[in-house]
Design a protein around this ligand. Structure first.
Ligand code: ZN
Ligand code: ZN
Length: 126
């Protein structure tokens, strides 16, 4: 495996192990904290992320305007929780039934997004 493929794998592994979508900066900091000999530059992380999106391994999610996070493309249908203290995003399993009931008469829903806001467990005890 080439060095750039190895770094790409590390980025994908980090996202696979994550409890929610991560920004390029969060991924970069995580990689540096687990292995500072790996010496990955932020530019490498960005390159790896756009390659992942191009190849269909990753999708980008914009939970806050102007702030792009990434997650694996193969996840089941889910939603997100955004912590207002630490700004981390978390996956929320499952969905809400009967969303169609909210629709005005005659409307059709083709997709939906649900974003929960609050404080994560770590921030609540801090
Ligand atoms: Zn938090
Ligand atoms: Zn849903």
């Amino acid at each position: 495996m080439s060095r750039s493929s190895k770094k790409h794998e590390l980025v994908l592994q980090t996202l696979t192990a994550s409890s929610g979508p991560m920004s390029a900066n969060e991924i970069w900091e995580r990689l540096r904290s687990i292995n500072d000999r790996q010496n990955i530059g932020i530019a490498t992380v960005y390159r790896s992320l756009s390659r992942g999106v191009e190849e269909g391994q990753l999708i980008s999610v914009e939970l806050e305007s102007g702030s792009i996070r990434y997650e694996m493309a193969n996840l089941d249908h889910h939603h997100h929780f955004l912590c207002s203290d630490c700004s981390r995003a978390f996956d929320v399993e499952g969905c809400v039934r009967n969303l169609e009931k909210l629709l005005p008469s005659g409307f059709e829903m083709t997709k939906h997004e649900i974003l929960l806001y609050g404080r994560c467990a770590e921030c609540r005890v801090a």
